[in-house]
Design a binder for this molecule. Structure first.
Ligand code: BYC
Length: 322
């Protein structure tokens, strides 16, 4: 993105746009906006929507193997919520003058990214608890910030989505709490899931601030209200006491409370692993993309039927208006 040439914008319109942001007003679909603002929002919102859709795969894997009916119902509801979030954000992205077909095409051809976290496998039932606790917990931190983003449709989507994410996090933490009080084998399974998901969860917040090419522009235009590192630190500070409360160990020997800054210091993230995952070489990237491509092909008849129905409705409306 950063390598793209900057389009020349009308300086008067740009100044008005920036003054509006300065006053804390939101930008709405019909308002004038710089081309780069529109492009950045499409990139970020579509990545977010694709992530919600791909995010159904690792958890969906456990619906048939949930340990009891209650757990199955809760997990089904959660996975359905993620589908709803994806569709909701796709609708928001379409207000930026891009069609759903183009968005899906960018995703299926690998042009648009999705969150790195969903390229890790879910090996045990404890993974489902830890995903709810860590991944939805991280999503809440990130999306609470995005609920104050400058683009109105995205901000409103985030308000609604955050409410559901809170339920998702609680169900995950509850699973972990139960396992933490269980048999030695259950406690071991929980600790193993925590060990595998901790560092990838910290990677969700993106590269460190010194290596984040998009942050400067996004912060200036109030798309993002906080930096990647600030949010990552907030997540660590919230999560460490929760881990202590259920007696699990976070896999970072350097984790230490700094009484002066009132933050938990943590170790270095493996950025080489992050790069591998976001460039398509994580443990499950190929499997995830293959599943989405198959779903797209299998869904052809649904899209065709919906289009035929819409066309029929439109023809009826034209007839009755004539
Ligand atoms: N996975 O300049 P940067 C959730 C890419 S999960 C894959 O810092 P930006 C949650 C980035 O796209 C559901 N790719 O980017 C999210 C860029 O590549 P391109 C998904 C990643 O946009 C976060 C390049 O690395 N949620 O809700 O300023 C935390 C340089 O990065 C990742 C959303 O998508 C990644 N993890 O900041 C907790 C939320 N990180 O596009 C929970 C909406 C970075 O230039 N998105 N990249 O080729 C965002 O908040 C921001 O886009 C990000 C990245 C914080 C994810």
């Amino acid at each position: 993105m950063s390598a793209m040439t900057q389009p020349v914008e009308d300086p008067v319109k740009l100044a008005e746009f920036e003054a509006k942001l300065e006053r804390g007003e939101t930008i709405e679909p019909k308002d004038w906006m710089p081309e780069r603002y529109r492009k950045q929002l499409i990139r970020m919102m579509s990545q977010h929507a694709h992530s919600e859709i791909v995010g159904m795969l690792p958890e969906g894997n456990w619906i048939t193997r949930a340990p009891n009916l209650r757990r199955k119902m809760v997990l089904l509801a959660k996975v359905q919520d993620e589908a709803g979030h994806g569709l909701y954000i796709y609708c928001g992205t379409e207000t930026l003058d891009i069609s759903r077909e183009e968005l899906v095409e960018q995703f299926l051809t690998g042009k648009a990214k999705y969150s790195s976290i969903f390229n890790y496998p879910t090996l045990t039932w404890a993974d489902i608890g830890v995903i709810g606790w860590f991944v939805d917990g991280a999503a809440i931190v990130n999306q609470t910030m995005l609920a104050k983003t400058s683009y109105g449709p995205y901000a409103r989507a985030m308000v609604r989505i955050c409410k559901e994410e809170n339920f998702h996090k609680r169900q995950g933490y509850e699973i972990c709490t139960v396992l933490s009080k269980g048999t030695p084998a259950q406690r071991e399974m929980l600790q193993d899931a925590v060990n595998r998901f901790w560092w990838p969860s910290l990677m969700m917040f993106g590269p460190s601030d010194t290596n984040s090419p998009n942050s400067g522009e996004l912060l200036r235009w109030r798309v993002k209200r906080e930096t990647n590192d600030v949010l990552r630190q907030r997540f660590v500070d919230l999560t460490v006491p929760q881990a202590m409360a259920i007696g699990v160990t976070l896999p970072d020997p350097t984790l230490a409370y700094d009484a002066e800054s009132r933050h938990w210091n943590f170790g270095e993230i493996d950025w080489a692993e992050f790069q591998q995952v976001i460039t398509g070489n994580g443990p499950c990237n190929r499997e995830r993309m293959a599943a989405r491509r198959k779903a797209h092909v299998d869904g052809t008849w649904v899209r065709e039927a919906a289009a035929a129905h819409a066309e029929k409705q439109a023809a009826r409306a034209r007839e009755s208006a004539a």
